[in-house]
Design a protein around this ligand. Structure first.
Ligand SMILES: [Zn+2]
Length: 292
């Protein structure tokens, strides 16, 4: 999965650090990230020394994010006035702006994980520039990863929305679906955000009923994963069909859904999501819930 970066080690302990020239600089603007790009999916996150020539303000616009293998990564947030200079690719040879979908396949994968995690923090900071209670400009906390209102004291933490993803099984069959109106066109599992007042298991039952009109039983936790593309923490479950297998499709969300045997489940080329791992765990019988 996207967060499985071993032997590299991700450390998100908050530190009030200042950047040095050799530290990584994730410069993000309008949901695009500045990278040093090589062949096809090969890319590198630039160090401050590589972006300072085109953006001398980089040090003063830096916020510490996290470290990987004890090397610090910083978010660099240019202002809107600074954007046109940075957007001129001739001013920054070798550097180019990449949208978040690029990180689905970028190599090396641990740098892709760093970059996509940075974009989640960037989106959160952009959407919390002013206090939601009193509208004062938010300031940086110096003690934790948070924004604080200097006027009323309101504290905002990074936006992480929990969502469940469910592999519904019926003997040798797995329920898979395709989304309507989403860029991902492959087979997906049923998924949905946790609503107010719900346990994860209740979300599983509600989402399965809403999207495909089925009852499930024997809900068992599989694994979870951060999914920064949608500011989500995905919590994966297996569940067994309970009773009637007739699918009643929620047509504004899904374009199709059906039961597939193990042999009919296609192999996923990219194994970055917990959904892919669950499909393959079912297909190849690599997960025994009763063993854990
Ligand atoms: Zn306030």
């Amino acid at each position: 999965m996207i967060q499985d970066i071993a032997p590299h080690r991700y450390d998100n302990t908050y530190r009030d650090l200042k950047p040095e020239a050799s530290d990584y600089a994730l410069c993000i603007m309008q949901n695009k990230t500045l990278l040093l790009c090589g062949e096809e999916t090969q890319a590198a996150i630039p160090c401050f020394s590589q972006i300072l020539p085109v953006f001398p303000e980089a040090f003063s616009k830096a916020v510490y994010l996290f470290s990987i293998d004890e090397k610090p990564y910083f978010l660099v947030e240019p202002s809107e006035e600074e954007a046109p200079v940075l957007a001129d690719s001739s001013a920054a040879p070798g550097l180019s702006w990449k949208g978040t979908q690029y990180f689905r396949t970028m190599e090396p994968a641990y740098q892709s994980f760093a970059a996509i995690t940075a974009t989640q923090l960037w989106r959160w900071r952009q959407s919390r520039r002013f206090c939601g209670r009193c509208a004062a400009a938010m300031t940086e906390s110096r003690t934790e990863r948070a924004l604080v209102c200097p006027s009323c004291g309101q504290t905002e933490y990074p936006k992480i929305s929990p969502a469940v993803i469910v592999a519904i099984t019926d003997g040798d069959r797995l329920l898979m679906s395709r989304y309507r109106d989403r860029p991902y066109r492959g087979y997906a599992l049923i998924a949905g955000f946790v609503e107010i007042g719900e346990s994860f298991e209740e979300t599983v039952r509600r989402e399965v009923m809403e999207e495909v009109g089925l009852k499930v039983k024997n809900i068992r936790y599989f694994k979870s994963q951060p999914w920064a593309f949608t500011d989500t923490e995905m919590i994966g479950f297996f569940a067994e069909l309970d009773g009637d297998d007739t699918i009643r499709l929620q047509e504004d969300e899904l374009s199709e859904a059906g039961w597939y045997t193990r042999e009919e489940i296609p192999d996923d080329d990219v194994m970055i999501s917990v959904g892919s791992e669950m499909k393959m765990a079912f297909k190849y019988k690599t997960w025994d819930p009763d063993a854990s």
